[in-house]
Design a protein around this ligand. Structure first.
Ligand code: DHB
Length: 309
């Protein structure tokens, strides 16, 4: 039994790999992912210059998830360009993730990775922890259109979008409209849920320091939202665009639910944070067992097969 899959035409040895943002910003961390059973090496979202990120404490483990306002700590894109050749020897797809603070920055980042040896490029439109003037790009469809106009002809590598949790179906339709116009071959859905707040009732304080305690929520808490977003996208896009499910994948059963909803693969963040790199193999094995028990012989056979009552 294998959980081999394809995203935007690229082959992945299993259905499970790491989500951007968890233990993936230094070479040592990326090498640990490379040596694990994660079927790809997803890089931390990078910016033009290196960043230290927000003040500490900026993250906290919760009973059913993870909460953070990291503020994009990363080595700067040039450093990741240097690391890519060293990661190539592990023979797994490498996915870059980029965040620009202007359209021109996005253009520079995407051009650089188009000229590198990465296999896929993810545009992170939905980092919840950066304070911007005005509407964040992900809620501004005109701005996203401008971005896609600017970056569509920079190279041949597949470019995907990391999307936020949409709590309204009409916004997903608008996004799909752009995805179809620009021939975006994959999306990752969903990012951590921003504008969240965790309170310590004993101390009567926030639990993280940046931005008066607001941050992005991940893990079990957000799984139903992620499943809803993935399913809606699958209904709208069918098999034309690969969908990577992200949000609360802790067990093989979680991965199987994302598969039924229509995801081509899943990324694991919170569970990697809590359990370490052995989680990729465990979740994949659990998924294989479920598929076997149910008589499925491939990912493709079960994908999107959710039935309605
Ligand atoms: C950060 C958090 C995110 O959820 C994301 O998508 C990108 C960056 C961060 O704060 O570093």
């Amino acid at each position: 039994m294998s959980t081999k899959t394809k995203i935007a035409g690229i082959e992945f040895d299993s259905y499970i790999f790491n989500a951007s943002g968890i233990k993936d910003d230094t070479f040592e961390e990326l090498e640990e992912i490379a040596k694990s059973k994660s079927s790809a090496i997803m890089l931390k979202s990078c910016t033009i210059g290196p960043r230290k990120g927000n003040e500490e404490p900026r993250e906290i483990n919760l009973p059913l998830g993870y909460f953070q306002s990291e503020g994009l700590p990363n080595l700067g894109y040039k450093k990741y360009l240097e690391l890519i050749p060293k990661l190539k020897k592990y023979k797994k797809p490498i996915i870059a993730s980029v965040v620009g603070f202007s359209l021109e920055e996005y253009r520079i980042l995407i051009k650089a990775f188009q000229e590198s040896e990465v296999d896929l490029i993810e545009i992170n439109l939905s980092c919840p922890n950066i304070v911007e003037e005005g509407l964040p790009i992900v809620y501004d469809f005109e701005k996203i259109k401008e971005l896609l106009d600017k970056i569509s002809n920079l190279g041949e590598k597949p470019i995907g979008l990391k999307l936020p949790a949409y709590l309204c179906y009409v916004l997903q339709e608008k996004m799909v409209n752009l995805i179809e116009q620009y021939d975006i071959p994959f999306i990752s859905s969903i990012n951590s849920v921003g504008n969240s707040l965790i309170i310590d009732p004993e101390k009567e304080t926030t639990v993280i320091k940046p931005q008066r305690g607001f941050g992005g929520l991940s893990g079990d808490y957000i799984k139903p939202i992620a499943l809803g977003n993935v399913r809606r996208f699958y209904e709208l896009l069918k098999d034309e665009v690969s969908i990577i499910g992200v949000g609360g994948i802790r067990t093989g059963q979680d991965a199987f639910e994302f598969l039924l909803a229509g995801a081509d693969a899943v990324q694991v963040g919170t569970t990697f944070e809590k359990e370490g790199p052995s989680c990729f193999e465990r979740i994949n094995k659990e998924l294989e067992e479920i598929l076997q028990k149910k008589g499925y012989t491939s990912i493709q056979e079960a994908k999107g097969k959710l039935e309605y009552l």
